[in-house]
Design a protein around this ligand. Sequence first.
Ligand code: ADP
Ligand code: MG
Length: 347
Amino acid sequence: DLVANQIAAGEVVERPASVVKELLENSIDAGATRIRIEVEAGGRKLIRITDNGHGMVKDDALLAFERHATSKLRTSDDLLSIATLGFRGEALPSIASVSRLTLETRAPEEDSGTLVEIAGGNILRVEEAGLPAGTTITIRDLFFNTPARRKFLRSEQTELSHIASLVTNYALAHPTKHFELHSATQALLIAPSVSNSADRLFQIFGRETSSLMLSTAAEMDFARAGLPEPPPWKREEDYTPPDPGYLRITGFVSKPELQKLNRNSVYVFVNHRLVRDKLVLHALGEAYRNIIPPTSFPVVLLFLEMPPQEVDVNVHPAKTEVRFRQSSFVHDFIRDTVRTTLMQSRP
Ligand code: ADP
Ligand code: MG
């Protein structure tokens, strides 16, 4: 119902960038290799995303707006082993409840596609339509029916910079996909497909920055973690030892001479999911301790991969916080890996 959706929207949809994040993750889940985003007025007036993913047949297009209808969680165990980025079936119904939304979608194997128009959670129109394969979702007038929420939005420029940094994040995480971000007046990002992260780094940050980045990589068996802490989502007596599996770190960290005034250039992904995690930031701070001043920040692009049961992504619906089951093991391994890379590069 509308109220439940609007309440959920408060959790999922904080600002235009959170809408873009949910839509981007859906496109990636749909296997898209080309994703184009257009925004107007920092996303308040318009957000449009077009992908070439697997689209939706008519029934699925309607189900997508029913809360939890598409939830991929069948049992509580599923919570610990989520492979796709989306899993709650909450984003589209939430977004549709606080905006005017148009969905245009066609599955490649279908002859025609489906157009669905929704305003403030009410379905206004469902039509068959000739459409290219893939999905376009247009969000207009975000928060038009929730003025209290609208008041909390920052300036157009601020909202736009959040969106741009988010899209940059995803472009860095998915180098083989083509990404574009356009505002009404300019192309903010055009990143054609490249073959690996090093090429993407060069493409996005340019020659100078990428020449000051060191590549880092290491792997460690979770079996080598010390005595585990009780997992926070279970009672201690329910504890079972972690399944065998590896923690892998790959990515790029900046040399000491490249320093930034804020954390905006720290990009961290856990199992391909963008995170902004205190524990990881702390580990990086320790790795750079006495290498750069405590008031400066490095440029970091870090990919952590681990068995899904080692990380709880269900901490918050916006899904940028995670909880590691073996948190001190993960923390120390990040710190030591990055530190070693920095030390090895010293002349
Ligand atoms: P979740 O991603 O958690 O499943 P969402 O509300 O984000 O929930 O999306 C609902 C459903 O709509 C998805 O599970 C997916 O089946 C479908 N969907 C959304 N966006 C797309 C897209 N761009 N391409 C294909 N299917 C999509
Ligand atoms: Mg989703």
